[in-house]
Write a protein that binds this ligand. Structure first.
Ligand SMILES: [Zn+2]
Length: 280
């Protein structure tokens, strides 16, 4: 098995959004916001290559968004995804599987592109796109609060092309590629756990968006069910500490990976940060 970090571009996000009820006085010691209170996040994807399978986790924001949306959200380098896959030595047509942890625009927009005829088509024509059924059904009929995070252009062309595979329950996509399901951030979020050599790497997605979100109560205001989200994170991070998992961050622009240590009062807390290559 080989692992490649794939660049999906960056965007700006309201600092208060990412840290929910945590006062700015506290979170601003961890991360600097700009004069509009925005902090820069990345959309880091991961390519897992094993035998004949080339599994891409997430696809960034993609290139279909309007200039207004791009400007409002400070999106930069959203077109870098394909170049980054090519730099790793692969073509889009070689991708066999796309795992979208969930379908918020900053996770799945690169899964579709606009062709010469101005049609929206799947970017990865030979891939199956995996999403949980519970999340797909939620995305098709979202509540108004979450509705702004979904774009039908990111979703329907995949289904129309017959490339959608709906995951019913926690399972292995291939041996050593486990898909766990969490429901606090949004119903049916997939968290992949990849066995690599004798280690386990967790693609932590929006269960823990940034290293600064590791403390139990530092949950995002974007989570639909915050108490569920907090309990899921607390129990998963205990498992991650017990099992010595490496966390791989999608959104943390500074820290690609982190490990955990145990604190008697706080439970699992940050131990070390570093690049993927420093951990595996
Ligand atoms: Zn999300």
């Amino acid at each position: 098995m080989e692992l490649y970090t794939i660049d999906g571009g960056n965007f700006l996000c309201d600092g208060g959004g990412i840290f929910g009820g945590v006062p700015k006085l506290l979170w601003s010691r961890q991360i600097k916001a700009d004069d509009r209170n925005l902090i820069k996040l990345t959309m880091r994807c991961l390519l897992v290559v094993h035998d004949d399978r080339k599994i891409l986790i997430e696809t960034g924001a993609g290139t279909k968004l309007s200039w207004k949306f791009i400007e409002n959200n400070g999106i930069e380098n959203a077109d870098i995804l394909i170049d980054s896959i090519r730099n790793a030595g692969f073509t889009p047509d070689e991708i066999t599987d796309v795992v979208h942890t969930h379908l918020h625009w900053d996770h799945c927009g690169g899964g579709t592109i606009i062709n010469d005829k101005k049609e929206v088509i799947p970017t990865f024509q030979n891939a199956k796109y995996h999403v949980t059924r519970s999340h797909w059904e939620n995305a098709m009929n979202p509540n108004p609060r979450e509705g702004d995070a979904f774009f039908s252009d990111d979703l329907l062309p995949i289904e129309k092309a017959g490339l959608l595979n709906l995951i019913e329950e926690e399972c292995e996509l291939i041996p050593g590629f486990e898909m766990r399901i969490f429901n606090g951030h949004t119903p049916g979020q997939i968290i992949p756990i990849i066995s690599y050599k004798n280690k386990k790497l967790v693609y932590i997605s929006d269960l823990v968006p940034l290293v600064a979100n590791i403390p139990t109560k530092w949950i995002s205001a974007y989570d639909l069910y915050p108490v569920t989200s907090m309990e899921e994170k607390q129990s998963f991070l205990k498992e991650a500490y017990d099992e010595n998992y490496i966390l791989f961050f999608e959104h943390d622009i500074k820290f690609e990976c982190a490990s955990l240590k145990w604190n008697e009062k706080k439970g699992a807390v940050l131990d070390k940060t570093g690049k993927l290559s420093e951990f595996i």
